[in-house]
Write a protein that binds this ligand. Sequence first.
Ligand code: NAD
Ligand code: ZN
Length: 266
Amino acid sequence: MTVQWNPESGRVVALTGAGISAESGIPTFRGKDGYWTVGSVVYHPMELATAAAFARMPDEVWQWYLYRRTVCRAAAPNPAHDALVRLERHAGDRFRLLTQNVDGLHLRAGNSLERTYQIHGNIDFMRCARDCAPGAVPIPDDVGELAAGEPVGDRQRALLVCPHCGGPARPHVLWFDEYYDEPHYRWDSSLAAASEASLLIIVGSTAQTNLPNHVAQLAAVRGATIVDINIEDNPFAALAQGSGGQVLRGPAGTLLPELVDAIVAG
Ligand code: NAD
Ligand code: ZN
């Protein structure tokens, strides 16, 4: 691999999507595992992951998130996550990680919270559904694990409340009918990181959401070299080619450790 990064030239920024966690056994939204049945209706994630769905059927939306949280907690980081921990150790404060994943695997692998921007939230956290106070809190351990199809009961409902006002809590995730912001989702910090990047590594993500697109476009305009790692073609590949970077086609768990080895070796 010929990708190099000089710390004097700018930051090294990684932007990760659901694909980096696929080898940890966490389904992306695109596969058949993304769909979810409520009663006799089969929902696509883009319908369920909305404030509108939560307003209409909070128990069912919580049920889906608590099941997915169970899947995420049972999963372990894979070699692609580990590679980004090595990259942070190598680059120190020149490193930033922007992740679309809510699974928390980057933090569990060992990346620092300070340099990791969870731009879609974290499935292990909740916050006030009425927005009475800023900040998210961990979902209480006593909520427990939920198997597929297991409904939310009174015990869980009593725990899924705002610690400040006692009103209902919601999952700490960005929904499809909501906007990014800085306090919850690090919008400004992410764009700042992109504008200072000299190397942007995009892993397992498609240009489907707003902030990742802005990040990639901004980094490209500022002259960053872009690398796109994905098992499939996607719109970031053209940006990578135009930047003089690389398009690497294959699983992140194999390709990202190789790329990081090359960067660390200089
Ligand atoms: P996405 O749009 O980021 O698509 C996943 C990408 O990963 C695809 O381009 C696919 O080709 C690629 N991919 C799959 N396996 C790969 C592998 N082994 N190596 C490299 N690339 C691989 O993600 P999505 O599933 O459509 O989800 C959209 C949003 O929903 C996410 O950004 C996230 O907010 C949320 N989501 C999060 C998780 C998670 O936390 N793990 C999982 C599903 C969805
Ligand atoms: Zn509250």
